[in-house]
Write a protein that binds this ligand. Structure first.
Ligand code: BES
Ligand code: ZN
Ligand code: ZN
Length: 461
C-alpha cells in the first residue's frame, strides 16, 4: 500500500470526485435531486442506500460516488473503508461534512500485505481531502500505528524473529531520539532468567533478548509498556497440534501493539517518562529446551514450576513486568496474545482487559468504546490464585484445571507487578480471521486505540 500519511490531504479546493453519504431513510430525498438518468444508473447498480453499498453516478463528463452509512451525521471508523478499497485510484472529498473518525478506515481499508508477492499487486492510492481543523497527523498517526501492527504480525516468523523485533525497536528509538538497551546472552540469563529459559532452544539467529527503550523527561510520571514478543510459539516440548500452531507467527502481536503504542505516545510528545519493555523469544523445540517439571527462577526471585511449556508468554512477561515495576511506574500496560481461553470467551474481535483498579479499567473501556476499539473486562478473582499452587515451587505456570484460563493467566502476571501499582493487561488476538471493510484478514490491532486514547486522556499531549 501507499504510505498511510499520503492517503489524507488538506483540502485546498483542487479537483476531486465527490462522495455523497446517505442512509436508507435519506436515500429517497437524495434521489429526488438526481436526474432520471442518474436514478436509472443507481437502480441498475441495485443501490438502495444500505450500509457499505456503493453507487457510481454519471454526472456530465464526470461522475460522483454515493455510499450507504448508518448515520451520515456521525461516521464510525469503518464508514468509508469499503469506498477506499473499491473506488478507482484518484482524489476524493465528501460532498457534505468532514470524514472525522472515518479517516482511520479510509487508510486501513487500503492496507495490503504484498511484501512476499512477486508481482506488485498494489493499487494506486485513493486520496481523501479533508477540511478538518487541527493536525491531520493526529488521525493518520493512529492508522499508521495500526498498519505497523499488521505488518509486524503478518511477517513470517523466520523474518520477524527476535532480531527483527530488535531492529524495529532500534528504528523506533532513532525516529524519536529514545534510548535503547538490548539484553542478551549471559546478561539475559542473569537478569531475565525466564526470558532466557523460554528462548534458549531457538536457533542462534533467533536467540532470545529483551529490548528496553526509554524516552521523555525523567521528571514526568513513569508509564511502562510491556509486550509479549513470542516470535513463534510451537508450544515447546508440550507441542501444539498443527491447527493450533498454524497462526503462531502472530504470538509477537503483543510486542507489536506495545511498540506501535510507544510510537504514538512519543509522536504526541505526551508528558510521561516512557519505558517500553519487549521480551523477544521463539518458543522452540531442541535438546536444550526447557521442560515440563523444570523449576525456573524468576527475576523477582520466585521459583516457577513448569506444568506446561506452552504457557510461555506469562513467563517472559513475568520478568519484564518485574523490571517495569522497579521504576515505580504510575501505570503499567501490557499486551499479549496470552490465552486461547480469552478467545473462547470473547471471540476474535474483543480483547480481554484486566486491571487492578476500577477507575483505570473504566477509563480504558470508555476510550475503547469511543474509538471503535472496544475491549471487555475480565476479573482477576483472588479465589483462583490457588489454581497456580505448586507442590515443589513457589508457583506453577499453568493451572491443572480448565477453568477461567484468561483470568488465571492474568493472576500469574499479577504476581510480578509491584504491590499497589496501577496495571492494565490486554489479552489480545492481534488477528482478524473474517475480513470486513478496513479490516483485511491477517494481523490486526485490538486494544491499541483504546489504550492510546485512555493514556492520552490521563497524561495529555
Ligand atoms: N500463544 C498462546 C495463546 C493463544 C493461542 C493465543 C491461540 C491466541 C490463539 C499461549 O502461549 C498458549 O499456548 N497458551 C495456552 C496456555 C495453557 C497451556 C495454560 C493456552 O491458552 O492454551
Ligand atoms: Zn504457548
Ligand atoms: Zn504463546
Amino acid at each position: 500500500m501507499s504510505e498511510p500519511k499520503a492517503l489524507i490531504r488538506p483540502d485546498r479546493g483542487e479537483a476531486a470526485i465527490a462522495i455523497h453519504l446517505v442512509n436508507k431513510d435519506g436515500f429517497e430525498a437524495f434521489a429526488k435531486r438526481l436526474t432520471a438518468g442518474q436514478r436509472a444508473a443507481l437502480a441498475a447498480q441495485k443501490f438502495e442506500g444500505g450500509g457499505y453499498q456503493i453507487g457510481i453516478v454519471p454526472d456530465g463528463d464526470s461522475w460522483f460516488a454515493v455510499s450507504g452509512v448508518a448515520n451520515p451525521e456521525s461516521l464510525s471508523s469503518w464508514c468509508l473503508a469499503k469506498l477506499a478499497e473499491e473506488l478507482p485510484e484518484g482524489t476524493y472529498r465528501l460532498a457534505d461534512g468532514d470524514p472525522g473518525a472515518a479517516m482511520f478506515g479510509w487508510i486501513t481499508g487500503q492496507y495490503r500485505f504484498n511484501r512476499y508477492r512477486s508481482e506488485d499487486k498494489a493499487q494506486g492510492p485513493r486520496i481523501l481531502l479533508t477540511t478538518q481543523v487541527g493536525p491531520i497527523d493526529a488521525v493518520t498517526a493512529e492508522a499508521e500505528a495500526e498498519c505497523l501492527v499488521r505488518d509486524l504480525v503478518n511477517m513470517p516468523a523466520e523474518d520477524m524473529g527476535p532480531a527483527a523485533l530488535e531492529a524495529e525497536c532500534e528504528r523506533l528509538a532513532k525516529a524519536h531520539k529514545a534510548e535503547l538497551t538490548v539484553v542478551r546472552g549471559d546478561a539475559l540469563e542473569q537478569g531475565y532468567p525466564m526470558v532466557h529459559a523460554v528462548g534458549r532452544a531457538a536457533a542462534r539467529h533467533h536467540a532470545p533478548r529483551l529490548m528496553h527503550l526509554t524516552w521523555g523527561d525523567p521528571k514526568h510520571p513513569v508509564l511502562a509498556l510491556v509486550g509479549k514478543g513470542v516470535c513463534f510459539d510451537s508450544g515447546g516440548l508440550d507441542i501444539k497440534p498443527s491447527a493450533g500452531m498454524r497462526l503462531m507467527k502472530k504470538d509477537m502481536g503483543g510486542a507489536a501493539h506495545a511498540l506501535a503504542l510507544a510510537g504514538l505516545i512519543m509522536a504526541a510528545r505526551m508528558k510521561v517518562r516512557l519505558h517500553l519493555l519487549i521480551p523477544a523469544v521463539e518458543n522452540a523445540i531442541s535438546g536444550g529446551a526447557f521442560r515440563p517439571g523444570d523449576v525456573l527462577k524468576s527475576r523477582k526471585g520466585l521459583t516457577i514450576e513448569i506444568h506446561n511449556t506452552d504457557a510461555e508468554g506469562r513467563l517472559i512477561l513475568g520478568d519484564a513486568l518485574t523490571r517495569a515495576s522497579e521504576e515505580s511506574p504510575d501505570l503499567i500496560v501490557d499486551f499479549a496474545t496470552l490465552t486461547g481461553a480469552a478467545r473462547v470467551a470473547l471471540g476474535p474481535d474483543l480483547p480481554a482487559m484486566m486491571a487492578r483498579k476500577d477507575e483505570t479499567a473504566d477509563a480504558f473501556l470508555a476510550a475503547g468504546k469511543a474509538n471503535d476499539d472496544a475491549a471487555w473486562r475480565l476479573p482477576l478473582p483472588e479465589a483462583y490464585r490457588e489454581y497456580l499452587a505448586s507442590d515443589v515451587a513457589d508457583m506453577a505456570n499453568a493451572s491443572q484445571n480448565p477453568f477461567a484460563g484468561a483470568s488465571v493467566a492474568g493472576l500469574f502476571l499479577d504476581r510480578f507487578v509491584g504491590e499497589g501499582l496501577d496495571w492494565v493487561h490486554f489479552d489480545t488476538f492481534a488477528w482478524n480471521p473474517n475480513p470486513r471493510p478496513g479490516r483485511a484478514r491477517g494481523g490486526r490491532g485490538l486494544g491499541l486505540r483504546a489504550a492510546y486514547h485512555a493514556i492520552r486522556a490521563r497524561y495529555g499531549a
